[in-house]
Structures are given as structure tokens and as C-alpha cells.
Design a protein around this ligand. Structure first.
Ligand SMILES: [Zn+2]
Ligand SMILES: [Zn+2]
Length: 431
């Protein structure tokens, strides 16, 4: 009897299932060991934030770290991006992990010893520079994971591609055609990748929580600009004008009917916002033209197409009815952040194990956007949110991203290392 159990136990030890279990235990131990270094790296990046496509110091530290781990490294990808390849000891697929590196033109108000003192001139205005979206933590988490995975390299089945991406927040030059994830994709970064994982820390989600959503998760963003052209006249003789102010007002009201009357909001919502109207210089002159700019948020390509068409029709036909002309310009910025349902389904068990079932939450559709979406357009991807708010914090009161008081609880980082680490192991092991 005893020898039979011994035999079964020996079989188990030799099985791939057992190897995976050992690897995961090792992963958790190593993650715990690396935590102080992750926090140290993050504080250093926080104190030395760099704007989009200027992440030279950050990229230098990342590249040196990956090289020290024995990885093949590519630098200056899409301006300041860094890529590292960790080839496992066994054959298998390639999984990419992404961290964005850029900071924002925000003046830090948080009183921490590693507070940013960096200042710059942005769009002609003096401002501080701050990691006010938490990308410093993303870089530190991925550097930590790179070290952990490098230590178990021989046991990995496949390749891990570490993508350190610049300029997620966009550039100061709003006329630029490409940057960040889009530019990396154009440079072929996703060609040898089978799947991609990424995370975003969140200052209003408690430490220990992971949020995810299958399918559309964050909105596609398009910039809208409408020029209404009429005919100038004295404000006291409006009958001799084609008034672009009145026409623009009608167009703003008309645009409100697109979401309320053309979109099936029981399926999925959408947003059309006019955020700025400019026209005229003085009380008694009806101007020749009015400029309106706004933002469009959608969650599917068909919905996006419908809304674009309706904006064109509504604006041009209302203008025509007034004898004016509306020139509509829509610039596609970021696609929808779409978590591949098959991949998400496969990875839920992993996330449950890492965070604990009660700490894994499905999030609502987010109206914000992420350029991680460009990677997901190429290959299946999963983008998750990681809690960064102190456990006893109030989500309604915790300072939001992009504000001077933005704050992260560093004890949340280790779950990020473990989550991306376990996703990687399970993905590589599952093929
Ligand atoms: Zn941001
Ligand atoms: Zn961000």
C-alpha cells in the first residue's frame, strides 16, 4: 500500500502540474523579496518624472536593469521606448507585458520625501511635472517582475517580452500623428507576440483589489471640431447676417439628440460633448464664424461610425437650414480598450487565485481611454486595474488621477507584480 502511494507521489512530482505549482510558489516568494526594491525604484521615478517622449532617464534605468538580467534589449523604440526579451528554457508562445513611463504637466502638492520638484514650460505656461497617473509604479512593478521571471528563466515555456512604452498620455504637440503605443505597433512591436497583459494602478480603488472587465472596458476617443461659417453683420441689423452664433447653438442642441435618439443605450452607452465654443469679439458685431470643439466616447466600431455619420448630418443640415456652412472634422485618437473575451475568461481563475475571489471585481465601463488599446487591436490582450488607495480610504474623497494631490499606497504594488507574474506563468503554461 505504502509503495503504491509513494509511486503516485513520485508521478505527481514529475508531472507538469507540480512544476507549475512550484513555480508559482517561487513567484510569490520572489515577489515578496523584490517588494522593497520596487518601492525604491518607484520613489526614484516619482522624484524624477519625465513627460511623453522625454523619458530618457527612466528608459536608461530600465534598459540597464534588463541588460543586467541578461536580456536582449532594444532601445529608442518609438522614440524612448525600451523592449526586453526573456527567452525561457522551454519552447512556447510569446507573451508581452506593458508598462507606460510618462508623467504629466501637473504641480505636485503631496508632501512626501520623494516629492517632484521638476518644472517645465508646457504650452507656454510654467508648470510642475508629476507622476500624477501612477506610471512610475507601472515601470517599477514591471522591473520587479522582470527580475523575478529572470530568476526562473529555465522553467519558462516560451518568451516574455517586456514593453516599456513612452507617451501614453499624448504629446504637447497636439498636431502629432503618432506616439506611444500606436507608434510602437507601427514599428512592429506586436508582430512576434501572441497575447499581451497590462495593468493600471488606481488611486480610488483599495489596495488588494483587482478590477477587470471582459469585452469593451474603456472608451474609444475621438476629437471633434466644427467650424460654422456664416456672414458678418452689425449686431443691430441681424437680418443682413447669416448668424453663426445662433446656428452653432442649434447645432449644440442637435448633437444632444444623437445619444438620446440614435444610439441604442440599452446595449451600450456613448458620449458626445461640446467642450468649447469660440466666436465673436464684441457685443454688437455678429461674427463671421464660430469654432466648436468636443470629445466623442464610444465602445464599438459600429457605434463609432453611426455617431460620426450623425454628427456630420446634424451639423451640416442645421447649418444649411440657416444658410450657413458647417465644416466637421473628427480625429480618431484612441480605439476602444477591448479585453479579448476568450483570453479574459481563461485568465479569471488566475486573477481570483492571486487576489482572492472577494477582491476580484468587475468594473463598470470606463469613459476614460488608454492607448493600450492599440496593442489589443493587433493581438488578444487583457488590461486590469490594480488598487492603490489606502485600505481605509474613501473612493469618493481619494484624489483622482491627473490631480496635484494624486497619491498611491505603495503596499499595493506587490499584488501588481504577482498578478502580471501569474498571468504570464498561466498563459505560457496553458498552451
Ligand atoms: Zn493618465
Ligand atoms: Zn495612466
Amino acid at each position: 500500500m505504502r509503495s503504491k502511494w509513494n509511486f503516485i507521489w513520485m508521478l505527481f512530482l514529475a508531472s507538469p502540474l507540480c512544476a507549475q505549482t512550484h513555480l508559482k510558489e517561487k513567484m510569490d516568494e520572489k515577489a515578496l523579496e523584490i517588494e522593497p526594491k520596487v518601492i525604491e525604484w518607484r520613489r526614484d521615478f516619482h522624484e524624477h518624472p519625465e513627460l511623453g517622449n522625454e523619458e530618457v532617464r527612466t528608459a536608461g534605468i530600465v534598459a540597464a536593469h534588463l541588460k543586467a538580467l541578461g536580456m536582449e534589449v532594444e532601445e529608442e523604440v518609438a522614440v524612448t521606448g525600451v523592449i526586453g526579451y526573456l527567452k525561457g528554457g522551454k519552447p512556447g508562445p510569446t507573451v508581452a507585458l506593458r508598462a507606460d513611463m510618462d508623467a504629466l504637466p501637473v504641480t505636485e502638492r503631496v508632501d512626501v520625501p520623494f516629492k517632484s520638484q521638476v518644472r517645465t514650460v508646457y504650452n507656454g505656461q510654467e508648470t510642475g511635472v508629476m507622476h500624477a497617473c501612477g506610471h512610475d509604479s507601472h515601470v517599477a512593478i514591471l522591473m520587479g517582475l522582470a527580475e523575478v521571471l529572470a530568476s526562473m528563466k529555465e522553467d519558462l515555456s516560451g518568451t516574455v517580452k517586456f514593453i516599456f512604452q513612452p507617451a501614453e498620455e499624448g504629446l504637447e504637440d497636439t498636431q502629432a500623428e503618432t506616439w506611444g503605443a500606436k507608434q510602437m505597433v507601427e514599428e512592429g512591436v506586436m508582430k512576434d507576440v501572441d497575447a499581451i497583459f497590462g495593468l493600471h494602478i488606481n488611486s480610488q480603488t483599495p489596495v488588494g483589489t483587482i478590477k477587470y472587465r471582459s469585452g469593451p472596458a474603456m472608451a474609444a476617443v475621438d476629437n471633434l471640431r466644427i467650424m460654422v461659417k456664416g456672414q458678418q453683420a452689425h449686431g443691430a441689423y441681424p437680418w443682413s447676417s447669416v448668424d453663426p452664433v445662433v446656428t452653432a447653438s442649434q447645432i449644440v442642441m442637435g448633437l444632444q439628440t444623437i445619444v438620446s435618439r440614435n444610439v441604442n443605450i440599452t446595449e451600450i452607452p456613448a458620449i458626445v460633448t461640446v467642450g468649447s465654443i469660440h466666436g465673436g469679439v464684441r457685443h454688437n458685431i455678429i461674427p463671421e464664424e464660430v469654432e466648436m470643439v468636443g470629445t466623442i466616447r464610444t465602445y464599438s466600431e459600429s457605434q463609432q461610425e453611426l455617431i460620426h455619420n450623425r454628427i456630420n448630418e446634424v451639423a451640416s443640415k442645421i447649418a444649411e437650414s440657416a444658410g450657413a456652412k458647417a465644416e466637421v472634422g473628427i480625429k480618431k485618437m484612441y480605439p476602444v480598450t477591448y479585453n479579448d473575451p476568450g483570453l479574459t475568461e481563461k485568465m479569471i481563475a488566475t486573477l481570483e487565485k492571486v487576489a482572492g475571489q472577494e477582491n476580484l471585481v468587475q468594473h463598470d465601463l470606463a469613459t476614460g481611454a488608454e492607448d493600450f488599446s492599440f496593442f489589443q487591436k493587433e493581438k488578444p490582450g487583457l488590461f486590469i486595474f490594480l488598487g492603490g488607495m489606502p485600505k481605509d480610504g474613501d473612493p469618493k474623497k481619494a484624489p483622482s488621477h491627473h490631480t496635484p494631490d494624486f497619491y498611491l499606497d505603495e503596499s499595493g504594488f506587490i499584488l501588481g507584480v504577482r498578478a502580471l507574474g501569474h498571468l504570464t506563468l498561466d498563459y505560457l503554461g496553458s498552451k
